[in-house]
Write a protein that binds this ligand. Structure first.
Ligand SMILES: [Zn+2]
Length: 385
């Protein structure tokens, strides 16, 4: 057991309390002195592309389509060694940000051999693998997925994938209760393209194909109509809000948070790729999500700490230490945490009783850093000349 001595603020399962001390299940007997700290569940980063951490900051001041073109050109420079390094660096950064569950959509997902105590949802497919059978890819991955990895299906988007592949995925979803994630209604152009290609709005197309299930997650959803939300609600499909990345690439549209909640749709939060965010802190993205919502709805009241329950990993705990100047307890401390996250540092991270932070930097992360540095030197030359 780990004893955390306060008094401290505890924000768990939708309740905020101030208590003298807390006992947490842990793999070590320990006492932590943390007066004035905040205990929360750890976070779920419901959408990222981990290896793209190697491309962080390389393409800036570009809108989505120009950004994508340039990023894809740089991605061609990444071999398996770099992608593997990107997975470990990306995971480590999520851990340091207090995220203990991560959904990552990227190729070469089978390179990951350890997750540092986190839960990583990854697997087939991205649009690059359209020539291989999804059933085969998934089965092969399920057989070899290491501890901590949850095999999950990914599709880049309706507009990137051939119809044959989309039908194959739908067939698989009908047979197997597996999680499935797809970029949906990310840009205005995408919605128009899908309408041209299929004659319907994206979520209607997904319904017709059989891609909507309670385990389907629609990422972005900034250009989604109310009737599409009704459909998503009927299937129990979730939305993933990625506010920082949407804003950085100037594609935001309007994330229908209020309308989703009114329909009982689960809202999750993701950072999206470190090449378009640039960080992977869900806490920092929650700040933006809340500010954007208040600002864009012209209504401050419906959005606050009660609305972010979809961000938490119930199996994890994070202890946050505020700077001396914060001077708050209870609900005011939670508000400060959400609106000024930079005033807090991560003191302790646990998942299923195991201490994830602090821990010694794993050898794989050290190795990955060296690979990444060499790659960045090469990219710097390529990109800036
Ligand atoms: Zn994405």
């Amino acid at each position: 057991m780990i004893k955390v001595r306060g008094p401290l603020t505890v924000w768990l399962n939708g309740r905020i309390q101030v208590v003298k001390e807390v006992r947490l299940e842990g793999n070590a007997d320990d006492e932590v002195e943390c007066k004035g700290c905040l205990l929360t569940h750890s976070f779920v980063n419901a959408h990222t592309h981990l290896p793209m951490i190697l491309l962080r900051g390389l393409v800036s001041e570009k809108g989505f389509w120009d950004w994508l073109e340039e990023i894809q050109r740089l991605e061609e420079e990444m071999g398996k060694k770099e992608i593997e390094a990107g997975y470990y660096l990306g995971l480590w950064e999520n851990l340091l940000s207090g995220n203990t569950v991560v959904y990552s959509m990227y190729r070469d997902y089978d390179l990951v051999e350890e997750t540092f105590g986190m839960e990583l949802h990854t697997g087939p497919i991205s649009f690059r693998e359209a020539d291989e059978d999804v059933f085969f890819l998934l089965e092969r991955f399920e057989r070899k997925a290491p501890e901590g990895v949850v095999p999950t299906l990914f599709a880049h988007s309706l507009y990137k994938l051939p119809l044959k592949r989309l039908k194959e995925i739908a067939e698989l979803l009908g047979e197997k209760p597996i999680e499935f994630q797809i970029h949906a209604s990310e840009t205005k152009e995408e919605v128009l393209e899908v309408k041209r290609k299929f004659g319907q709005y994206p979520v209607r197309v997904m319904e017709a194909l059989g891609l909507l299930t309670p385990r389907t997650m629609l990422v972005h959803a900034g250009w989604i109509t109310k009737s599409e939300l009704d459909i998503a609600a009927r299937y129990g499909t979730s939305l993933v809000h990625v506010p920082a990345s949407n804003a950085r690439l100037a594609i935001h549209g309007f994330f229908p948070w209020k309308e989703a909640e009114e329909r009982g749709i689960r809202v999750l939060f993701g950072t999206d790729s470190p090449a378009s965010n640039d960080g992977q802190s869900i806490l920092h993205d929650l700040r933006l999500a809340l500010l954007f919502a208040k600002d864009r709805y012209w209504d401050a009241e419906p959005f606050g700490w009660r609305n972010v329950s979809g961000a938490f990993d119930k199996k994890g705990f994070a202890l946050w230490e505020p700077r001396e100047t914060v001077l708050s307890v209870g609900k005011p401390l939670v508000n400060t945490f959400l609106y000024a996250p930079h005033l807090f540092s991560l003191r302790l991270l646990l998942r299923r009783g195991k201490v994830l932070w602090p821990q010694k930097v794993p050898g794989r992360v050290d190795q990955a850093l060296k690979v990444a540095e060499r790659f960045r030197e090469r990219m710097g030359e390529l990109h800036f000349k």
